[in-house]
Design a protein around this ligand. Sequence first.
Ligand SMILES: NC(=O)c1ccc[n+]([C@@H]2O[C@H](COP(=O)([O-])OP(=O)(O)OC[C@H]3O[C@@H](n4cnc5c(N)ncnc54)[C@H](O)[C@@H]3O)[C@@H](O)[C@H]2O)c1
Length: 460
Amino acid sequence: MATKEKGGQKNGNHGGGPAPAGAKSAPKVAPAKGKLGVMVVGMGAVATTMIAGVEAVRRGLAKPIGSLTQMGTIRLGKRTDNHSPLIKDFVPLANLNDLVFTGWDIFEDNVYEAAAHAEVLKGETLAQLKPYLETIKPMPAVFDRYYVKRLNGTHVKKGNNKLDLANQVIADIQAFKKKVDRVVMIWCGSTEIFLEPTEVHQTIESFERGLERSDLGIAPSQIYAYAALKEGVPFANGAPNLTVDIPALVELSKQNSAPICGKDFKTGQTFMKTVLAPAFKARMIGVKGWFSTNILGNRDGEVLDEPQSFKTKEESKLGSLEYIFQPELYPDLYKDIYHKIRINYYPPRGDEKEAWDNIDIFGWLGYPMQLKVNFLCRDSILAAPIALDLVLFLDLAKRTPELKSIGIQEWLSFYLKSPQTPPGLYPEHDLFIQSMKLKNTLRHIMGADLVTHLGLDYYD
Ligand SMILES: NC(=O)c1ccc[n+]([C@@H]2O[C@H](COP(=O)([O-])OP(=O)(O)OC[C@H]3O[C@@H](n4cnc5c(N)ncnc54)[C@H](O)[C@@H]3O)[C@@H](O)[C@H]2O)c1
C-alpha cells in the first residue's frame, strides 16, 4: 500500500479563493485541498509508466511532456489581451505532490518490478525511482479468466459471488479513503472480451441482482467501477471494455456524484486518425479506403492477440471515422469507405509499437491519391500522460458543482477512442473539436468568456 507523501510542487490555483486572472466571477469549484488518492486497476505498462513519471517529475528528473494539465496553456479573453496562463494555474487541479498511488493487479509484483517487466522505462531514471516504486504493492484483484483469456494470475480475491467481490473492493476503497482526502479510480487493466449490454445492465437494481447471482454479463471491470461509483469515486476507463457504458452505471454515477467519461486511451493510430480525417473533411477531400495495421509486443499485444479481446479493441477503433466523415451528409465523398484494422502481436517490439496507415483519397474530378503514415511510437509513453490528465480532470469535475452530478464528462472525450454520450447524441471524435470543448468547459466552470474564434471585433 502507498503512504502519504510530501507536498510542495506549486500549482498556481487551488480554487475556492477570489476569481483567477481572466475569470469574470469567483469560481464555484471547490479547492484541491489535501491528498488525492489514485486507485489504479491493473499495474502494468501504462500504470507503472504513469506512476514512475509522476515521481520523476516531482523530483525534477523529467518534464511532464504530453500532459495538457501540466504543460498546456489556455487563452483567456481576446488575442490582443495576450493572456494565456497555464491550465494548472487557471483551474484548481490537484498538485502532483499531493497524489498518492495504490491499486490492484493479478500479479504480486510491486510497481518497480512491474515497470521493469514492462520494459518501457529503463536505465538510470528507473534505478533512481526504485526505492519509491517498490513501496507500492498491488492489492489482490477481482479477476476471471473468462474475460481475459490470455492471462492467468494468482493474486486474486475469492468471494461467494460477484457482489461479495464488489464489497471487498468497496472495503479497499474505504480503507484507502482514511489515508487521503479524495479518491479517483482509473482502469489500466487488460482488455476484456467483447460484451454487449443486456438486461442485467439496464438499471441499478438489475445490476445488483446480477452481482448477487454472478451474472456472466458482469465483467471484473464493472465490479471495480460499481464499487467506485457506490463510494462516490470518479472512474476512468483506459481500455475499450464495456464497463460504465451501460445505463445502470451511468445512473449510479449521477446518483452518487461520481463522474465518469468514455473509454480507451486515444494514443497512437486513432489519435492520428482523428487529426487527419477532420483535415480531409474540412477540405472536402474524398476517402475510398483506410487500412491500418500495427505490430506490438507488450502484454497488451499478447492479450489483444486473442480474438475476443481484439474484437473489443476493434470496435473501439472503428467508430471514429464513421462519425467524423458523416457519410449521410457527404455520400459523394465518404459513402462505403473500406476501413480495416489489424493488430499483430510481435514480441521483439515490446512496447515500441509500429503502426502503418494506407489512406486512399481522391480530389478534384475524382483523381486518386494516397497518403502513408508510419508511426513508430511508444504505447505507454503516449498513454501515461493521458491517464494522469484524466485522473486530475475527473477529480476537478467531482469538485465542480455543475459537473459532478451529470455523470458522463463528455468534455474529456479528447483523451478517448470511444467517447461516451447520452443515448441519441452522436459522439465528437474530431480532436480539435474535442480540444475546444475541453478548454471551453474549463473557461465556463471558472466563469471566463468562451473563445468562439469569431474574431470580427478585431476589424471594427
Ligand atoms: N498503451 C496504450 O497506448 C494504450 C492505449 C489505449 C488503451 N490501452 C489499454 O490500456 C490497458 C493497459 O495497457 P497496458 O499496456 O498497461 O497493458 P499491460 O498488460 O501491461 O497491463 C495491464 C495490467 O492489468 C492487469 N490486470 C488484468 N486484469 C485485471 C483485473 N481484473 N484486475 C486487476 N488487474 C488486472 C494485468 O495483470 C496487467 O498487469 C489495456 O487494456 C490497453 O488496451 C493502452
